[in-house]
Design a protein around this ligand. Structure first.
Ligand code: NAD
Length: 265
């Protein structure tokens, strides 16, 4: 099954690094022109240059803070100015700020919601009218998390933001279906390597929560997975690319786990 995105424009937020970069790489390898949209402007440019060089596609780096409506609108305008179309959107930029409820700083709660939930809304609000104007339909994939389906301890804001993404996805799938725009969410397991989310600070907070050493944290999470390995960036990217392609033309409004069987019911 060959998937190609020739002449299509794919916009991925938070794609300077981590899972987003892996997703952008898979789209570029499938012939798509990719927009690397990230707060980290220098990192976005480096990734865009790398993908253009390695895959011979057109790439664009654009700085955007997904918490700013003005920046999201300006970014979408710049992408239209360069490519004249947006076919696929991947909402991916997100943070994991984890604290027990008693110690949860209010500003960290607000920041989590501003990036992980409102950021997806603001980017989609900027992109969808342009997608609709193209008259070709399109695809939106929202990166949620297995934690959006089953809350994890000492992780209130992250769980709530990702649960919100799963439900918001369904609403958008109904709302945009008349225009042929499909919307799905992807719920990865623990991507322990190649992701900035699993920072030393996060591992320290999980060690405290679980009463284990920092060195034992990774194995603790691997032990919960029937396939006995962490989720990889490529596992997530393969699913996102499939869902964004015509091969998934009858799939919309669903959440899709990619978690080695961890959350099977
Ligand atoms: N790593 C995991 O185990 C895991 C598991 C499930 C879901 N996820 C989700 O995957 C997505 C990507 O996570 P990751 O692990 O690659 O994280 P990461 O920290 O490696 O990458 C996040 C990217 O988002 C960018 N970013 C952060 N704030 C931004 C903002 N306000 N505006 C624009 N860009 C911003 C960062 O600069 C960075 O390039 C997130 O939504 C995360 O919740 C991650």
């Amino acid at each position: 099954m060959e998937i190609r995105f020739k002449d299509q424009t794919i916009l991925i937020t938070g794609s300077a690094s981590g899972i987003g970069k892996g997703i952008a790489t898979e789209f570029a390898a499938s012939g798509g022109n990719v927009v690397i949209a990230d707060l980290n402007e220098a990192g976005a440019q480096t990734t865009a240059d790398e993908l253009a060089r390695e895959h011979g596609v057109q790439t664009m780096a654009v700085r955007v803070d997904v918490t700013s409506k003005a920046e999201c609108q300006a970014m979408a305008g710049k992408v239209m100015g360069r490519f004249g179309r947006i076919d696929c959107l991947v909402n991916n930029a997100g943070v994991t700020l984890s604290y027990p409820i008693e110690d949860f700083p209010e500003d960290k709660w607000d920041l989590t919601m501003a990036i992980n939930l409102k950021g997806y809304f603001l980017i989609t609000q900027a992109v969808v009218p342009r997608m609709k104007a193209g008259g070709r339909g399109g695809s939106i994939v929202n990166i949620a998390s297995k934690t959006g389906l089953r809350g994890s301890a000492a992780n209130s804001a992250y769980s709530a933001s990702k649960g919100g993404v799963v439900i918001m996805t369904q609403g958008w799938a109904r709302e945009f279906a008349p225009e042929g725009i499909r919307v799905n969410s992807v719920c990865p397991g623990n991507v322990l390597h190649g992701s900035g989310n699993w920072s030393d600070e996060l591992k320290r907070s999980y060690a405290v929560k679980l009463g284990i050493t920092v060195g034992e944290v990774e194995q603790h999470y691997i032990n919960q997975v029937p396939l006995k390995r962490p989720c990889t960036v490529e596992d997530v990217a393969n699913l996102v690319v499939f869902l964004s392609s015509d091969k998934a033309s009858y799939i919309t409004g669903c959440w899709h786990l990619v978690d080695g069987g961890q959350e099977m019911r």
